[in-house]
Design a protein around this ligand. Structure first.
Ligand code: FMN
Length: 384
């Protein structure tokens, strides 16, 4: 059967066949596996979409290696996603004004004594092994300037900032032939990023997995498009099948950025327990919590949410809360307390009933979307 055609201007801009991006997804907080690993990126890009590596869980050296692996495995365009801690943006650095690194020596000073006391209490009550607060300290999120430099040196076709405004590196990225994408949950930041020269804006609604804002996707998209115009906007948050993609395109989006649906694929990098939670989930199976990173973040509901709520502690500002949650997660996994292990996932989990190869999923998404836009919609809506 001939391949379906589903194109928008985004396809010309990124030199891809379909306007479907698999979202950048970082690790399951323990640094062992990443949500969007090389295999997922390659599968999606080879199938005609654009795969985005979740760079947040790697060390600097690993990030470089993973990018080089992708280049060896495909000559199609791909992206790399990093988290740029917001409060550290605007500090002069070697890549224009960008996020500054947090010196390792100062990291522990960000964690108040009462939080450490709580960790010790949980550790002894639950019989957890020694909690290593530094387990995440060498990841790209803690040294974003260096990580951005790797992406520039490697001339990654699409640089993606899942948090923070990547405007500081746009000029250099463009001079190297790269494009820059920024993710936001409100129209104010959509405009800020568009004004800063960012090429593509992802507007992610409250429904989405991972860090999430307060505005639902349906309300956010038209406002983000108005704010970012004429820059292309991609829809994110709650898109799991061709119905969601068709709706986003009908609203005027140039494409979609899908996380949870691509996480639950053969190549998606979640722990087995997290994939299982997605498959078993219904539409109420996820919750938003600051327990993971200090920012509001959506994950499959698990007992860690209640444990953190019962602590009565204020979250430590991003990204330092990650040190606490990662240390606990590592302990829960090591001792088999999987009821307390959380995976980032969106409300669309309730729609996902099967783990498929990512390439097959992409093909099906395209077919469903084309069918809706070319057959179902014209057959069910009368317009004059
Ligand atoms: C497991 C997982 C990990 C994520 N990690 C990141 C990340 O490291 N960086 C980022 O920009 N967004 C991250 N996100 C958010 C996604 O990039 C995307 O915006 C979101 O999944 C879209 O909503 P959806 O899950 O409803 O498709 C993550 C999402 C999930 C589900």
């Amino acid at each position: 059967m001939a391949r379906k055609v589903l194109r928008t201007k985004l396809c010309d801009m990124l030199d891809i066949e379909y306007p479907i991006l698999s979202a950048g997804m970082g690790p399951t907080l323990i640094g062992e596996k990443t949500g969007a690993p090389v295999q997922l990126v390659v599968a999606v890009s080879e199938a005609g979409g654009l795969g985005v590596l979740g760079g947040a869980g790697y060390t600097i050296d690993e990030l470089r290696e993973e990018i080089r692996k992708i280049k060896k495995m495909t000559d199609k365009p791909f992206g790399v996603d990093l988290l740029l801690p917001n409060k550290l943006v605007e500090v002069p650095g070697e890549v224009g004004a960008g996020p500054e690194e947090i010196p390792l020596s100062q990291a522990l000073a960000f964690i108040p004594q009462e939080h450490r006391d709580w960790l010790d209490k949980i550790k002894s009550e639950m019989g957890l092994p020694d909690v290593d607060l530094m387990v995440q300290m060498k990841t790209t999120t803690m040294c974003p300037k260096e990580a951005v430099r790797v992406c520039l040196d490697e001339k990654v076709p699409l640089f993606c900032a899942g948090l923070g405004n990547p405007g500081f590196m746009v000029a250099e990225a463009h001079s190297l032939g790269m494009k820059v994408l920024g993710v936001t949950g409100n129209s104010k930041n959509a405009k800020r990023m568009a004004d800063a020269g960012v090429d593509i804006i992802v507007a992610q609604g409250h429904e989405g997995g991972g860090h999430t804002g307060r505005i639902g996707t349906m309300a956010l998209l038209p406002m983000a498009m108005d704010a970012a115009a004429p820059k292309p906007v991609l829809a994110a948050g709650g898109i799991g099948d061709g119905r969601g993609i068709a709706a986003a395109l009908a609203m005027g989006c140039q494409g979609v950025w899908m996380g949870t649906r691509f996480l639950a694929t053969k190549e998606g990098g979640a722990l087995d327990i997290n994939k299982q939670r997605i498959l078993e989930s219904n539409d109420e199976g996820t919750r938003v919590s600051q327990a993971y990173t200090g920012k509001t973040l959506r994950a499959s509901y698990n007992k860690f949410h209640d444990l953190w709520d019962s602590a009565g502690l204020a979250p430590v500002p991003f990204p330092m809360q990650v040190l606490i949650s990662s240390a606990l997660m590592a302990g829960f996994i090591e001792t088999g307390k999987l009821d307390y292990v959380g995976g980032l996932a969106g409300q669309v989990s309730g729609l996902i009933k099967e783990i498929k190869p990512a390439g097959q999923l992409l093909e099906e998404l395209v077919e469903e979307t084309v069918e809706i836009l070319s057959v179902t919609l014209p057959g069910s809506v009368i317009v004059k």
